[in-house]
Design a protein around this ligand. Structure first.
Ligand code: FMN
Length: 318
């Protein structure tokens, strides 16, 4: 099963999906490099590789030395990695991760700023190369009038991804980064069109998904979600299941190629309820990627969500 090819919305040489893993190995100016190409090339016997979190914007480079994908040079340098992966036969999606308030100003390029759904700083500290551990910066709360520019950054990056040779993009709407800062009611206390209710909290993700699909095609846009996760100040809230099911149904209508669910219970986080996983799977018509704590035995045991429509397994190999 695990090594059987997948011939569905994505054609993959097997069902092993490499999870996105931040490595912080990019050069100055957040350019990918030969070391990263070697790393990805070594793993190209997988079916699908999802890249480390990669920022679509100077404002989204909250961690030290994470790569970007918003300049012509980023495109040229990412080609080293996309070529290496394709030589091994894997498909390669770039994970577009805007870190939002998970950031220190020291990590951002000159002129960039830390942004968030609200102006509340994340508790705790983050590593910087220039000053060691630093408190997370206080974000600028994005006004509704600033959202179109953010959407345009995602669209531009999605287009550059295709130019750089990626097979698609994964919108990182998980793990407490900018898009989940809008989804999560514990963080998003806005009362405008982007907060105040489930539909309003979902809105930014849906607008970005629609815009990226219009730009590069639905078969090239996937998404990662982590409902019930607790990372980066997120956590459960009232109505979470209904909100995420509504989100999954709408993403399904937009036609996204896959929904990638994070379950970090094997790393000590609260488990994602099994019944909710089955409902989420049923709400979404595309491919479904599970992640968290998979090994060959667990895959072989044939974990199934919903009516046997579980599509890919997501063990990551380091
Ligand atoms: C070092 C490290 C870096 C990670 N970087 C990312 C990332 O960039 N984007 C993301 O969505 N998840 C990231 N994750 C989470 C993993 O993708 C995955 O969800 C997690 O390792 C659980 O899967 P596993 O039990 O198979 O390891 C990272 C995890 C680790 C340990």
């Amino acid at each position: 099963m695990l090594f059987d090819p997948l011939q569905q919305q994505l054609a993959l040489q097997n069902r092993v999906v490499m999870a996105p893993l931040t490595r912080s190995r990019a050069d100055a100016d957040h350019n990918p490099n030969a070391l990263m190409a070697e790393y990805y090339g070594q793993r190209a016997s997988a079916g699908l590789i999802i890249s480390e979190g990669t920022s679509p914007s100077p404002n989204g480079l909250g961690y030290a030395r994470i790569p970007g994908l918003f300049t012509a040079e980023h495109v040229t340098k990412w080609r080293l990695s996309t070529d290496a992966v394709h030589r091994g036969g894997a498909k390669f999606f770039v994970q577009l991760m805007h870190s939002g308030r998970v950031a220190a100003l020291e990590n951002l390029p000159q002129g960039a700023r830390v942004v968030g759904a609200t102006a509340v700083a994340l508790e705790g500290e983050i590593y910087t190369d220039s000053a060691g551990m630093q408190p997370h910066a206080q974000p600028h709360a994005l006004g509704a009038g600033e959202i179109p520019a953010l959407i345009a950054e995602f669209v531009h990056s999605a287009q550059l991804a295709i130019e750089a040779g990626f097979d698609g993009i994964e919108l990182h709407a998980a793990n407490g980064y900018l898009l989940e800062q809008f989804l999560n009611a514990n963080i998003n206390t806005r009362s405008d069109a982007y907060g105040g209710g489930a539909s309003q909290r979902n809105r930014i993700v849906l607008e970005i998904a629609r815009a990226c699909v219009a730009a590069i095609g639905a078969d090239k846009v996937g998404i990662r979600l982590s409902p019930y996760g607790v990372f980066n100040g997120t956590g459960e809230f009232e109505g979470i299941a209904e909100q995420y099911l509504e989100l999954a149904r709408e993403l399904s209508e937009i036609g996204l190629v896959y929904l990638h669910l994070v379950d970090h219970s094997s790393m000590g986080a609260p488990p994602v309820p099994a019944e909710f996983k089955a409902q989420l799977r049923s709400a979404f018509n595309g491919l479904f990627i599970a992640s968290g704590g998979f090994n060959a035995a667990k895959c072989a045991s044939g974990v199934k969500f919903g009516a046997g429509r579980f599509s890919c397994y997501g063990p990551c190999f380091y």
